[in-house]
Ligand binder design. Structure first.
Ligand SMILES: NC(=O)c1ccc[n+]([C@@H]2O[C@H](COP(=O)([O-])OP(=O)(O)OC[C@H]3O[C@@H](n4cnc5c(N)ncnc54)[C@H](O)[C@@H]3O)[C@@H](O)[C@H]2O)c1
Length: 345
């Protein structure tokens, strides 16, 4: 729910009446967002603060374990409430910690990055990374509620705004021709009021998650671009210089759209591919892997938890608003699309 002030959130907390409240934030959201909440919501003045370092590295078993310990040491019980105030990392990690602590306590997401506002804070996926394997440990558990205060975006760095925008690109591509046309005129760096875009994107995500929380069917549509993106992210985590999730997703959408357009079945029109290519390359930076890295990227794709056995599966766009699920690719075709990216972006 988008909120313009904090009265509905205050009321919700009051009615929930938890035995205690913990606020999980990273160093940045502790500085920029938590003080605004505490200043406006009386009941939060007594909340305990849990702080983690910003970044993907915090989505680890060590950090999760530290948080479980803090909760137990500070007497959190089964009626304790955890407020996740942050980006996708805080929401994923906090959701996982809450869902597993004492077999599950309630949590509320208060997303503060664009990516978390339009994506990570809804849909019930929580989890952490195992070494370089992204989100490989986790549970499906929906937040008790999600309160969205778009004003938090005012302190978000530009590169993080761009990253969140990658999921918006994905949503508008999978939604409809109308959304696709709208997208082609959006420049993330010129948007002043995000409310309408946030509302539309949450509605799109909910449409695909509804009735398929555990991704047995249509939810897989949301994986567009993500088979390649997760491999790129894992590849750079292994090398100790992580890429931003959204930048990996943007590259993934280009590479997978190329695959859809130039694979044997020619699933996506070349005109549409060219529009997507030009639009994304105007906004997002090139991911600099090399031809010699392609084998390793393929190996990582085979490890993707979305796959059946060792085939690589994709959710491929066939036209705006239409996605073919579980497309199993021949390695040769994905190699061509990875190479195309390297030679043309
Ligand atoms: N659960 C899901 O459905 C889902 C969906 C998409 C992505 N994700 C996960 O989300 C994560 C990425 O999320 P992210 O891009 O939000 O990263 P993030 O949580 O690391 O946030 C990005 C950076 O922005 C800072 N930040 C956040 N809000 C801020 C604000 N208002 N002002 C100033 N700085 C702020 C953070 O401190 C961090 O440095 C990944 O781990 C990804 O796997 C989960």
């Amino acid at each position: 729910m988008i909120i313009k002030d904090f009265s509905s959130f205050s009321k919700f907390l009051f009615e929930l009446n938890p035995s205690s409240i913990f606020i999980l934030s990273d160093t940045n959201t502790l500085q920029y967002c938590v003080p605004i909440l505490i200043a406006n919501i009386e009941i939060l003045k007594e909340a305990q603060i849990l702080e983690i370092e910003p970044g993907e590295e915090s989505k680890s078993i060590e950090i999760a374990s530290g948080l479980w310990e803090s909760l137990i040491e500070q007497n959190a019980d089964r009626n304790t409430l955890l407020l996740n105030v942050g980006g996708g990392v805080v929401c994923d990690l906090g959701g996982f910690v809450a869902a597993t602590y004492m077999r599950g306590i309630s949590f509320i997401n208060i997303p503060t990055s664009l990516l978390a506002l339009v994506d990570a804070s809804t849909g019930g996926k929580t989890g952490i990374n195992l070494n370089q394997y992204k989100n490989s440990i986790g549970v499906f558990q929906e937040a008790k509620a999600c309160f969205i205060y778009p004003e938090f975006l005012s302190t978000l760095p530009q590169n993080e705004l761009r990253c969140g925008f990658a999921e918006i690109v994905k949503h508008y591509l999978i939604d409809s021709e109308v959304s696709f046309d709208k997208l082609m005129f959006l420049n993330p760096f010129e948007i002043e009021d995000w409310s309408e875009i946030i509302n539309e994107n949450i509605a799109i995500k909910k449409r695909f998650v509804q009735d398929d929380l555990k991704e047995k069917g249509k939810r897989a549509t949301l994986n567009l671009g993500h088979t390649v993106a997760h491999a790129l992210e894992a590849f750079y985590i292994e090398r100790g210089r992580p890429v931003l999730h959204g930048d990996a997703v943007a590259a993934g959408i280009i590479i997978e759209s190329h695959l859809a357009s130039f694979c044997n079945q020619k699933l996506l029109s070349e005109i549409c591919f060219n529009q997507i290519f030009s639009y994304i390359t105007e906004i997002f930076p090139r991911i600099d892997f090399e031809i010699s890295d392609i084998d390793e990227l393929i190996r990582l794709m085979k490890h993707d938890k979305k796959n059946n056995q060792s085939n690589i599966t994709f959710s491929l766009l066939t036209k705006p608003g239409s996605v073919l699920l579980n497309y199993e690719d021949k390695e040769l075709e994905i190699i061509k699309s990875l190479t195309y990216y390297l030679e043309n972006v």
